[in-house]
Design a protein around this ligand. Structure first.
Ligand code: DAT
Ligand code: MG
Length: 153
């Protein structure tokens, strides 16, 4: 199988569970190659660059949640990292996730369909875009630089 990189993000409701989460990453034979704790002060703009932009930014409660505290962004590497990390996350809705065994990250640490503890890129293309957002290859010129952002307060 092939080595991949993916963008994993721990959302504000699970940042205090990083110990358990690193253990899950380790148990899945994924390697943590980059990590950054940051606050998404400009989530609407972030959505524009992400695969999430579909209808996301109309959910003001989602924006409020995602900007409510720090997040931890991680680059994970390993065999089929994109799908392996999404399997660790479990279903989008933590309530649904709790009906499945074994207990996923969202089952254990999330609350519902919005406050769901973690994010994972859904494809290699999304992973490339999302990794570039959090870990820009050209310092100061990546979309993570929100200096010119006009659409967020
Ligand atoms: P996933 O995070 O499993 O890839 P997604 O890409 O469809 O799911 O949605 C991104 C995030 O947006 C999701 O983690 C939580 C939030 N979300 C999705 N659907 C929602 C809904 N119907 N109501 C509120 N928040 C939602
Ligand atoms: Mg998604």
């Amino acid at each position: 199988s092939k080595k991949e990189r993916t963008l994993a993000m721990i959302k504000p409701d699970a940042v205090n569970k990083m110990g358990d989460i690193l253990q899950m990453i380790n148990d899945a034979n994924l390697i943590l190659t980059k990590a950054k704790m940051t606050k998404l002060t400009c989530w609407r703009r972030a959505c524009f660059y992400w695969s999430l932009h579909k209808t996301m930014f109309i959910f003001s409660n989602l924006v409020q949640f995602m900007t409510s505290g720090p997040v931890v962004a991680m680059e994970l590497m390993g065999d089929e990292a994109v799908s392996v990390w999404r399997r660790i996350l479990g279903p989008t809705d933590s309530g649904v996730a709790r009906k499945e065994a074994p207990p996923s990250l969202r089952a254990q640490f999330g609350t519902d369909g919005t406050r769901n503890a973690g994010h994972g890129s859904d494809s290699l293309a999304s992973a490339a875009r999302e990794l570039e957002f959090f870990f820009p290859s050209t310092a100061g010129h990546g979309p993570a630089n929100t200096a010119n952002c006009t659409d967020c307060s």
